[in-house]
Structures are given as C-alpha cells and as structure tokens.
Ligand binder design. Structure first.
Ligand code: PMP
Length: 419
C-alpha cells in the first residue's frame, strides 16, 4: 500500500502480518469517491472476514434448520454448530460453564435483560445503581428505566479531564444501598479502559453486583471473566468481526439460576400447562423463541478468527497504531483530542477548531476515510467536555499507518476548506 501523505514519524513495527490479515476482509478492498477506502469506523461496527461470511452462508446454504428441536440431520448439524459457538464464547471469555453463556441480540439487549430480570427481582425503592459518566446510552437508559419503575436512584461516578473514572469518587459513591454497578470496560467515545477488576472488588466489598459492558473491549484485548470476577459481562458480535444482531450475556451461574426469565415463549420452557409452566435449564431459560442461529454461528467463526490471530498480538499491534495516530494528530494545530486516558484502546475522538464535526465527516468521506461523527450514543460524555459532537476515528488490527496518514491528510484538507 502506498503512503498517501509524507509520514512525520517512524511507522510502527507490526507484530502481525497486516497485509495478510487485510486479505481476509473483502470490504476493505474498494474505492470510495475514487480513493482507496480507509475504514476507521470500527467502534461503530467492524468489517467481516471471509470465514465469518462463509460460516453464515454455509448455514443458510447447507444446514438451515431450527435448533434443539428436530431429530433430522440438518437440525442436528445446526444445533451442533450453534452449541459449538456457545463453547467458543465460553472459552473466549474464560467462563466457568457454557450454562453461563446466553445468546442475545447484542450488548443492548444483554443489559436490558439484566436490568429487567435481575434488577426487578433484586433492586427496590431507595436502592442505588451506580454507573460511570462515560457509559454508552445502552448502559444508562436501561438503568434509568428501571430506577423509574422501582423508585431506585441512579448515581454517576465522574470522569476527569483525561477521561478516566475518578476512583476516589467512585469509591465514595459505593454504599450499602448500592445494589448494582454498571461499568464500560472500554469507552466507545473516549477509548478509556477502566480498571474493572479493581472497581469490581470495591463494588463487591460494598455488597453490589457488577455488570461490565465489554462491547468495545472484547475486540481489542483478552477478557477473562473469572479473573475480573464480574457478575455479568456483555459482548456485541458486530463489534468483534461477527454478524449484527447477535451478542452474548455472560452471567455467574448462581445469579442466572436465581433470576426470573426475561421473555416467555418457546425454547425457554420444560413444561407448559394453563396452570403452571416449568422453565428450562440455563442458558435456555433466557433464550425464548427461535434464536439468531446464523448470527451465533457467524459469531463462533469470528471468535475463531480472533483467537487465531491472538488477542495479545492484536492488542500489541493496535497499541502501536494508536500511539502512532495519537502522535500524528496531536501535532495538528487546532485539533483537540478528547480522551487521553493512560490506559486506552483504539479510539481517537477529536474536534477541529472552526469545523463542525459533521462537516469533517463529509469531507473525510470524499477522501475515502470513513469515520463517525456525532455524540456516539454517549451524550453525557459530550456534555462533560462541553462539545455537541466529536469526530471519532476508531482503529482495528487491519488498519495501517498509511490509513492513519490518510486520516491526517483528510484533517489538513478539512482545515484548508474551512480554515
Ligand atoms: N456499549 C458500548 C460501549 C457500545 O459501544 C455499544 C455500541 N455502540 C453498545 C454498548 C451497544 O451494542 P449493540 O450494538 O450490540 O447493542
């Protein structure tokens, strides 16, 4: 790949063969407005490798059948692949048991499930739910809804100017009234990685259970739910190179066992009569109706792909690329980087003096550079920094220093047009 702009700093030494990796992603190889696509919107959704596309296609072409129900061969194949993916997700998260792995529609549904099932059964009037100021709307609004329904109070741990949770304030906000803590493992608007292991221990000391939103973490570094000791952990398939409409809720078995079902219907029952229904065992108690079978199988293929590359190799490569991009962007006059946490992954949120973020997005698109502009479903973060929106470039392991150079060139172009 040719350099589109003279690089001002040394390019990172990739620990993984990025050219080979890029060959696995068909959508990366196209031109947009006559320029090679630089896809830097990975926090919104990631591109899919051939193995994921093929797994979904194979299911529909060859194995299409409902799961868990039929004795016929196609149903058995589909069920084996579906349950095989559950085991892959278990290993990926290092969960103790596959009974702790519930397939859901995405991170949003996982959080709503915990709010409405665990929350309604365990949280009451006067209790408190604690989240952080950097949460995605999907880790805010379900708790607001629940608090309104139950007469509970939502508390918010503040972040500092760098975009890190102020741990002393977090600790002070924990009390015997705190029933649940919701924390992003990695912020989608700032890239900050929270010290969730420590935050979980503090929450447990106060008697609260902990839900970790891992939507932006799992694509970038290894996650071990047993080491974190969190009670719930949520994943979003489409942010980790899998299909849309599929995600994972991990929950500790004892908690899931005690929780009432979230939705009623087929699959989640053992026995139904008009007098009485006996619910199914875990995890099926939480998987009412025909699931997104192709999505689960595609997610299994995505997990294989990620583990094949190695999460440590991914993290190393992305750390270097983020460093390269941070140095590159920091040198641009008028550019304000929002989110400079010491522990950070793959996200560059910024504003450009005199240019509205939406105009940045349009100009970038004409340069072939795909980024996201807006509030990133984290309006409180925008309020915290006093901006209506930011431009956000988000990196993946298939991105290159040349694409970061294209990003910098697009910023210079935007400055020229509006400067
Ligand atoms: N949490 C975070 C931190 C996210 O970035 C997102 C997606 N932008 C979500 C939750 C919601 O994920 P999903 O699309 O799977 O519902």
């Amino acid at each position: 790949m040719s350099m589109r702009r003279e690089s001002v700093i040394e390019t990172p030494m990739p620990p993984l063969d990025v050219a080979r990796v890029r060959a696995d992603f068909p959508a990366l190889h196209q031109e947009v407005h006559g320029r090679p696509l630089a896809y830097l919107d990975n926090a919104a959704t990631t591109q899919k490798p051939f193995t994921v596309i093929d797994a979904v296609e194979r299911y529909y072409r060859r194995d299409n059948a409902n799961v868990h129900r039929g004795v016929h061969t196609l149903s058995q194949r589909a069920t084996a692949d579906y349950e095989g993916a559950r085991e892959k997700a278990r290993v990926f998260l290092n969960a103790h048991s596959s009974r702790e792995i519930v397939f859901v529609r995405g991170a949003t549904e996982a959080i709503n499930l915990v709010a409405q099932s665990f929350g309604r059964a365990n949280i009451g009037r006067g209790d408190e739910i604690l989240i952080t100021e950097m949460e995605h709307h999907s880790n805010i609004v379900p708790w607001q809804l629940l608090s309104g329904q139950l007469g509970a109070t939502l508390r918010v741990a503040p972040i500092n100017d760098a975009g890190e949770v102020v741990l002393e304030d977090y600790e002070k906000l924990l009390s015997p009234r705190t029933r649940l803590v919701g924390i992003a493992h990695c912020s989608n608007a700032l890239g900050s990685i929270n010290p969730v292991k420590r935050m979980t221990r503090l929450a447990h000391d106060a008697g609260a259970v902990v839900l970790v939103d891992g939507a932006q973490a799992a694509p970038h570094f290894a996650v071990d739910v047993q080491a974190l000791d969190c009670d719930f952990y949520v994943l979003s398939g489409h942010k980790m190179y899998g299909p849309t409409g599929i995600g994972v809720l991990y929950g500790k078995e004892a908690l899931l066992e005690a929780m009432p079902p979230y939705q009623g219907g087929g699959e989640m029952i053992k026995y139904v009569s008009f007098d009485k229904t006996v619910y199914n065992d875990l995890p099926y108690k939480f998987e009412a109706g025909t699931p997104h079978i192709a999505g689960v199988i595609g997610l299994g293929a995505a997990i294989d792909y990620l583990t094949g590359l190695g999460l440590d190799a991914i993290a190393d490569y992305e750390r270097e690329l983020l460093h390269y991009a941070t140095v590159m962007l920091s040198g641009i006059p008028g550019l304000r980087l929002i989110g400079c946490a010491r522990d950070k992954a793959s996200i560059l949120s910024f504003t450009l003096a005199g240019v509205h973020p939406h105009d940045i997005g349009t100009i970038f698109d004409h340069q072939g550079v795909a980024i996201r502009t807006g509030h990133h479903c984290a309006m409180p973060v925008m309020q915290r920094y006093g901006v209506p929106a930011t431009a956000r470039a988000s990196l993946a392991f298939y991105n290159t220093s040349e694409e970061v150079d294209a990003l910098a060139a697009a910023i210079h172009e935007a400055k020229e047009v509006f400067g």
